[in-house]
Write a protein that binds this ligand. Structure first.
Ligand code: NAD
Ligand code: UD2
Length: 313
């Protein structure tokens, strides 16, 4: 039975990964500061450590005796990086380096979360992993920093490292709370739209709604994470985790309204700062090496999110 550390394990993606690791019989330790307040996401049987990934003592304790580390903890928000540049940097880059540094004592491999945000507003779509990386946000810049430091971890310190550039991940448990709800809340557009449209409430579309995203279901992300851990490479590779399907924000809103059987009540608001126009990944490298199966179709995945929200109301 292997022991895996999942940083950010109480979060949206991390909790689904913990479920999958427990289900296949592995032991799981989670390091999370609970800044997004989701301890209830965790399945029973986890060794839970409350702490900050940027704290070397917490990182040393959490990495002790592990066979591998999934590093997912971060302040996963482009907007938060705009408003709290240095605070998000501490979690998103200093935190990652602190975890990599702690892993030097163990030699255990790391699979870490990068993001499509490293590409910035890429002119060639679909984007493959060799495209220019020109982040437009502090969040994307810190994720690019993680990739550079993962190369150092691999080449200088011999830590096998794989980076996964998640595109827009969605699924059950993604928090639809507003940023004004008290705790830090990281919401993706799908969770916000599903909740508000399901409640019959109006939605805001930032910009003209013609911006496109590659929405990938969390179950496909978990498959990629598990496969990446098995690689143990020496050259710190990175992979897009995406579907290769583009959906505009406006089409997404209509699709959700249609699936929910509700009228669409929307207004157009000014575009967000640091907004990317088109984000579409090329999944060829992912399919060739990590996860060949067809991804969950957006319609099917959205129906699952709506059903989960209805059950949690
Ligand atoms: P999430 O906010 O649900 O989970 C992140 C977890 O990290 C939370 O439980 C939070 O409490 C914890 N955390 C934050 N700062 C911490 C710190 N300093 N110390 C310890 N724990 C801390 O986010 P998610 O959507 O599950 O994202 C997981 C990872 O995937 C992140 O690295 C994120 O940047 C990346 N990512 C997510 C998406 C997406 O669409 N959700 C896309 C690209 C990349
Ligand atoms: C970025 C990253 C993604 C991930 C995520 C973490 C890119 C392309 N993607 O996602 O990989 O790291 O950050 O948070 O960099 N929108 C509305 N109305 C709303 C909410 C959102 O119109 O109420 C729009 C928003 O302007 C954007 C799209 O929906 O165009 C998706 O927004 P998001 O916050 O879900 O994610 P995004 O693309 O910033």
């Amino acid at each position: 039975m292997a022991l895996y550390l999942v940083t950010g394990g109480a979060g949206f993606i991390g909790s689904h990964l913990c479920d999958a690791l427990i289900a296949r019989g592995d032991r799981v330790r989670v390091l999370d500061d609970l800044s997004t307040d989701h301890l209830s996401n965790l399945p029973p049987g986890i060794d839970f450590l409350k702490g900050d990934i940027a704290d070397p003592e917490a990182a040393a304790k959490a990495t002790q005796d592990v066979d591998g580390c999934f590093h997912l903890a971060a302040i996963a928000s482009v907007e938060r990086g705009v408003n709290d540049w240095t605070g998000t940097h501490k979690a998103n880059l200093t935190g990652a380096i602190t975890i990599f540094d702690a892993l030097r004592r163990t030699g255990a491999p790391v699979v870490y979360a990068s993001s499509a945000a490293v590409y910035g507003d890429c002119q060639t779509i679909p984007i493959d992993e060799t495209a220019d990386r020109s982040p437009l946000s502090a969040y994307g810049a810190d994720k690019l920093g993680c990739e550079l430091h993962a190369r150092v971890a691999s080449h200088v310190h011999g830590i096998p490292a794989v980076g996964l550039r998640f595109f827009n991940v969605y699924g059950p448990r993604q928090d639809p709370k507003s940023p004004y709800s008290g705790v830090i809340s990281i919401s993706g557009v799908i969770s916000i739209f599903c909740q508000r449209i399901g409640d019959g409430a109006p939605i805001a579309i930032f910009g003209d709604g013609g911006q496109t995203r590659d929405f990938v279901h969390v179950s496909d992300v978990v498959k990629a994470l598990l496969a990446a851990m098995a690689l143990k490479p020496t050259d710190a590779p990175v992979f897009n985790v995406c579907t290769g399907q583009a959906t505009s924000v406006l089409d997404l809103a209509h699709l959700i309204a249609d699936l929910a059987g509700k009228p669409l009540n929307h207004s157009f608001q000014p575009p967000r700062a640091g907004e990317i126009r088109h984000s579409l990944g090329n999944p060829a490298r992912l399919r060739a090496t990590l996860h060949a199966a067809d991804p969950v179709q957006l319609r099917t995945g959205l129906a699952g999110v709506l059903a989960w929200m209805a059950a949690s109301r």
